[in-house]
Ligand binder design. Sequence first.
Ligand code: HSE
Length: 350
Amino acid sequence: MTPIRIIVCGFGNVGRAFVRLIEDKQGDLKSRYGIAPQIHAVVDIGGAAIADTHGLPLGQLRELMDSGQSIERMASFGRAGMSGAAILQSIPADVLVEATPTNLVDGEPARTHINAALNKGMDVITANKGPVVLFYKDLQERMQSSGGRLFMSAATAAALPTLDVGKLCAAGARIQAVEGILNGTTNYILTRMGREGCDYATALQAAQDLGIAETDPTLDVEGFDTRNKIILIANQLFDQCLGITDVETVGITGVRREDIEKAQTDGRVIKLIGSVRRENNRLCIKVAPEALEADHPLAGVHLSEKGISFDTDSMGRITVTGGHSSPTGAAAALLKDLIHARCFQTQRQP
Ligand code: HSE
């Protein structure tokens, strides 16, 4: 049995859901994959908990989470004020799970965490989009020189498989275009406006009440979350190094009920689409509301569901829809990357 020593940075909804999944699925992970993940350190804003050689006791971690206490209060293991950077310097580990909140200004603190882990040759599995959107080239170079690897399913629509389909399932095919409904909040709002004639503000409030929307819903409704995801998808699948300023981005705040009704009258449905396509030897990438024909493969993706469609030369069109838009869905994407990293992709990533 291979123990995997994990450091978790960020103990909000996603970090906690990840730790819960590791505990819930311990038996499965051993019997189906022959791996024994151990949580060696958990870091959050107020400090950390650090294990001895066998990992933090998962039952005690669960009790701490259930009681709503912060991680540095964990009996015997808690260290108030200890930072992720300090832990990554001092604790030997195999994998960093980065689940701190996304920061699109300077990528911190995730950038420091990811750089430190890659420099040590560790595998990094991130739900945080900040550093990968802002510093993609730098991270690629760091991986080249250190041998560390970076996995980002949880940052690219999480439980909806996007990169895995494009990289693994479509291996050998040339992807001509990718279109995606990559944000649950905007799809939820557009669906409610179209189905019930609900106004924008009421639909947004409902998305917030459901916990789908970001704390700052501007990221969702202005299309920035979709933009970040399509950048990462384009960079990985089209071998690009695109950044935020390369993507023309229009969100859904300008979509009126009349626009939705007009589209419906024409047999169409308005969706916020992130897309990247090859056109005459150049790559076109954008985020915008589009009126899809009823037979478009993403036209039937409703409410908080997401979807992605790949147009390929030799496999035709491949479309995937679904996956939970929730902390558990994001944590499941982290776990999937962990299993892929340790069991199926033991060599360096392309
Ligand atoms: N708030 C996002 C969504 C999830 O609505 O899909 C985070 O990427």
